[in-house]
Design a protein around this ligand. Structure first.
Ligand SMILES: *[C@@H]1O[C@H](CO)[C@@H](O)[C@H](O)[C@H]1NC(C)=O
Length: 286
């Protein structure tokens, strides 16, 4: 598997090299150990650690400190931001597309899958798998398309279905330039945020599962993407990616961000930072 993945990286365009480095860097260690060592591990993306279910979230959570107003996106602004510092090297690894295709991915197959991965029916791992499969089977919200990717190839196919089959893709992430010791702290925007020239993005969030599963989605309305250099007083530095959804008129009226930002539901843009384990795909300008 290591060599398959490595040769995929080499044979793909240079643009993807960055991505191969970022995706495989940490996970490669686990691939080298062989897939079986990983399956017994508890899924490391916890259910409250990913951003996909924000619409259903009705309790306060540190996660709320990822939302901000577009007016706050300016040089010198300080705000409390939650960026999980979990160790990505223990994240489940990506399967090759052949492997992914050989394993069913459906809640109707859950009993068989639990057997396959040797999880007890009532274990936390079993609940996490059920949760992920159910999330992936939900109808997309209005104005949005979504896809659960179980391999890099299927993630790229989905991105191309959004941007066009001949689009050159680029991936952006949130990267710690110096690993913070705390997840929630005040950060100041150290430079004028750089807008990425695109009006649509494909954002992929990890879901808890024995192997890497990404919940990828894309809003049909305008989304602006920014790269933001953040600094904390203690010297922590983050090259963060942030998205601003310019049209929230189709969103759930009860979306937690409206309440948190104290804005009238569906009335104005909502921005958020991406946690470090997310992948944000954009087309390269032609
Ligand atoms: C951020 O700074 C404000 C103002 O100094 C302070 O009240 C708040 O507790 C700080 N938040 C965090 C998470 O450190």
């Amino acid at each position: 598997m290591v060599s398959d993945f490595a040769s995929w990286c080499i044979s793909s365009s240079v643009l993807l090299a960055l991505m191969c480095a970022q995706v495989s860097y940490a996970r490669m260690q686990h691939i080298e150990e062989g897939p079986s060592t990983n399956y017994q591990q508890q899924p490391s993306s916890t259910m409250d650690g990913s951003t996909h279910e924000l619409a259903h979230m009705d309790h306060m959570d540190p996660l709320v400190n990822i939302f901000f107003k577009i007016d706050d996106l300016k040089f010198g602004k300080t705000m409390a931001i939650y960026l999980p510092t979990k160790d990505l090297s223990v994240s489940p690894h990506l399967l090759s597309s052949e492997e992914a295709k050989s394993i069913p991915f459906s809640s109707t197959q859950l009993p068989k899958l639990l057997d396959f991965f040797s999880f007890f029916r009532d274990s936390r791992q079993a609940k996490a798998m059920e949760y992920t499969l159910k999330q992936c089977e939900l109808e997309p919200p209005k104005g949005e398309i979504r896809f659960c990717a179980t391999s890099l190839e299927s993630m790229l196919d989905f991105a191309r279905s959004v941007f066009g089959s001949d689009a050159q893709l680029q991936v952006l992430t949130t990267t710690f330039l110096k690993k913070p010791t705390v997840s929630l702290q005040n950060y100041t925007i150290l430079r004028v945020p750089k807008q990425v020239p695109t009006s649509r993005i494909v954002a992929c969030h990890t879901l808890p599962y024995p192997y890497a599963v990404f919940y990828c989605h894309s809003q049909k309305s305008e989304t602006r993407l920014f790269q933001v250099l953040l600094g904390a007083e203690n010297g922590d530095r983050v090259q963060a990616s942030a998205a601003c959804h310019m049209d929230t008129s189709q969103w759930d009226r009860d979306h937690v961000s409206f309440r948190l930002l104290k804005i009238n539901p569906r009335s104005s843009p909502v921005c958020h930072f991406f946690p470090p384990d997310n992948l944000v795909w954009v087309p390269l300008p032609a």
